[in-house]
Design a protein around this ligand. Structure first.
Ligand SMILES: [Fe+2]
Length: 391
């Protein structure tokens, strides 16, 4: 069995760690592009804490706001801001959108040209040769694990797709997990990002490119997320549960970067590119349909390796370590459905998806990079049935 595992140079997990950002950043640069999402209310205080820490370290700071999921145009504007202020490093504070924008900006600033030069599928797909600007990623949501990955997902509105800019150079230099930054995330966002996190851990565990390290880290992440997710959904101020979710999300990012994902994420890209559906919701709606299709295929083909993995997952998800294999396998479906029900995840139709869109969505999903790693091949008919279940 051949495998390779890559990770980021440093991870710091510390409640209140944002107050250390000045000291941490001054080791990497002098002129900071501070990329955040929109921060209001209590989160503005967190932003003030961060700016004070950077000021105390005598760093120049230009604040740049990423609104919504990043587009090519956003990255162009951010690149222009970084160039005109001669920024030599980036700090991204926010969800996957802010961190992905920061990664792409850092890559383009260092390598020259425009975002499309480096985009796969719709762009020239040129490799990023030079290291991106050093990046400190500070996640405030526990979802995509972008702080641990080497890609940035960008929306190309004109083509109705989301595609990645990829390269080891894009991986953050440091991920800072400060759970105090996550306590104000509202329940709907907590639910959607949390189910993205869970989906990523499950898909990388069952991926056909899974390996010993990703297996161990994915299971550890799921073990943390299963009890913590309902707690943070109910009471966002539970800072220790928030920390467990941040660790689970980072583990998910590290696992997916090394093992790939599966059909849920194969669908999530085209769905998010064509409909106004948040990534976490797209994953949450497809999770049970895809898990059901994969399990049925594993049973039909006597795929003992995958069935054993489903049994392990079912025991962790149900928190019943002694369950017999067949019961545990079904628990994977039942427990994931219970999360979707408890969090009141709307179906795809809520976002304007209809059966008319199925053929195009299936075609796009089969071409996605994530689909390559689904543990079993699913036919176009089976994929269409997954969409119908999620509608
Ligand atoms: Fe995801």
């Amino acid at each position: 069995m051949n495998w390779k595992f890559t990770t980021l140079p440093q991870i710091l997990c510390q409640q209140g760690g944002r107050h250390q950002l000045g000291r941490l950043a001054s080791a990497l640069g002098q002129r900071v592009l501070l990329v955040t999402g929109r921060m209001s209310g209590e989160r503005s205080q967190h932003l003030t804490d961060i700016q004070s820490s950077l000021k105390a370290a005598n760093l120049f700071v230009h604040h740049w706001v990423q609104t919504g999921e990043p587009t090519i145009e956003d990255v162009e504007a951010g690149t222009e801001a970084a160039r005109s202020h001669r920024c030599d490093m980036i700090i991204a504070v926010g969800g996957g959108s802010a961190i992905d924008a920061a990664k792409a900006i850092g890559g383009v600033v260092a390598n020259g040209g425009a975002p499309l030069d480096y985009l796969e599928v719709v762009g020239a797909g040129k490799p990023l040769i030079k290291p991106a600007l050093p990046l400190i990623a500070v996640p405030t949501t526990a979802g995509a694990g972008s702080e641990g990955t080497r890609n940035a997902v960008l929306c190309v509105k004109s083509r109705g797709v989301k595609v990645s800019m990829r390269g080891e150079q894009l991986r953050p230099h440091l991920a800072l997990l400060d759970a105090e930054l996550a306590v104000t995330v509202p329940p709907e966002t907590t639910a959607a990002t949390g189910l993205d996190c869970l989906t990523q851990l499950i898909e990388s565990y069952t991926s056909n490119k899974a390996q010993p390290l990703t297996d161990a880290w994915a299971l550890d992440g799921i073990q943390r997320a299963v009890p913590a997710l309902p707690v943070v959904y109910r009471d966002g101020s539970e800072v220790n549960a928030r920390e467990q979710m941040l660790i689970a999300a980072l583990l998910g990012g590290l696992c997916l970067g090394n093992a790939g994902l599966g059909a849920v994420h194969g669908f999530a890209g085209p769905l998010g590119g064509s409909f106004p559906i948040p990534h976490g919701i797209a994953c949450a709606t497809l999770l049970v349909p895809v898990l059901s299709a994969n399990l049925a295929k594993a049973q039909k083909t006597n795929n003992s390796e995958l069935l054993e993995k489903y049994a392990v997952l079912g025991r962790i998800l149900s928190q019943q370590p002694d369950l017999a294999a067949a019961i545990a396998q079904n628990q994977v479906i039942e427990q994931c459905q219970a999360f979707v029900d408890a969090f009141e995840i709307p179906p795809l139709s809520h976002y304007g998806v209809s059966e008319d869109a199925f053929p195009e969505l299936v075609t796009a999903a089969t071409r996605s990079s994530s689909m390559k790693y689904n543990p079993v091949p699913l036919s176009n008919h089976e994929l269409t049935q997954c969409l119908a279940m999620a509608l």
